[in-house]
Design a protein around this ligand. Structure first.
Ligand SMILES: Nc1ncnc2c1ncn2[C@@H]1O[C@H](COP(=O)(O)OP(=O)(O)O)[C@@H](O)[C@H]1O
Ligand SMILES: [Mg+2]
Length: 224
């Protein structure tokens, strides 16, 4: 096993929270974990906040330029944010950084931007990145209404591209659910069955998921 790619059904669904939880769990198991946010957009004066959160979770000393080789100011899809600066996303810089992180660490957790079909570069999606690097993917899904469709669409897109889905994690990013949202989520969890590998309940500000919130056995299996 070399790594995992954390994607989501959307932006703002809990990818960073879940990726950091995975990093902490793997570290607790003794892995030397590297982290990557191949492209971060919406980067302001405080730097790439997802990449910084991942680095903190990993306790890694790697340069932020290696963890997050492509950074853009506009909070938009990578191709859009790059174009706003008269630039394009440098895929080779991302590939080189990933190779560097792999040689420095036993396992690399990468967090995508947005969902699987977001364009990372012209004609190249987040799904293409996971496919090129042969990384199993973890799909983070929201708990609230709309999640059945988004989650099943994402699973279908992953299957069409022969991506190896290690599992789905539901994060309660919107806080506690009302009755109808809870019933709706129950329908999704029933249809996911064993593909559901974790649920992150509503967290208090600043809190992190408990170490057993996500079942990482799928990542530890020999095929990964
Ligand atoms: N289980 C949860 N409980 C409470 N807040 C959450 C939970 N999961 C995510 N959030 C919050 O929701 C927001 C979006 O989460 P984040 O991990 O940044 O999403 P993404 O990386 O998919 O954009 C953040 O403010 C995060 O702290
Ligand atoms: Mg994020």
């Amino acid at each position: 096993m070399t790594g995992v790619f954390v994607t989501g059904t959307d932006t703002g669904v809990g990818k960073t929270v879940v990726a950091c939880a995975i990093v902490r769990a793997l570290r607790a198991d003794g892995f030397d974990v590297g982290v990557m946010k191949p492209c971060e957009t919406g980067v302001g004066p405080d730097g790439p906040l997802d990449a910084i959160a991942l680095r903190d979770a990993a306790g890694a000393k790697d340069d932020l330029a290696l963890i997050c080789p492509q950074q853009f100011a506009m909070p938009a899809a990578p191709t859009v944010a790059a174009s706003a600066e008269g630039r394009s996303v440098d895929l080779d810089a991302i590939r080189a950084a990933y190779a560097g992180l792999c040689s420095a660490h036993g396992f690399v957790v990468s967090e995508g931007a947005g969902g699987l079909l977001v364009p990372l570069a012209k004609g190249f999606t987040m799904a293409d990145f996971a496919q090129e690097l042969r990384l199993p993917v973890i799909i983070v899904a929201r708990a609230a209404l709309g999640t059945i469709n988004h989650t099943l669409l994402t699973l279908e897109a992953a299957a069409r591209r022969d991506l190896d889905v290690a599992g789905v994690v539901i994060s309660h990013a919107g806080g506690p659910l009302g009755d109808s949202d809870a019933a709706n989520l129950g329908s999704l969890t029933a249809s996911l069955g064993a593909r559901l590998i974790g649920i992150v309940p509503p967290l208090a500000p600043g809190a992190v998921p408990s170490s057993d919130a996500i079942d990482l056995r799928a990542l530890r299996s020999p095929s990964h």
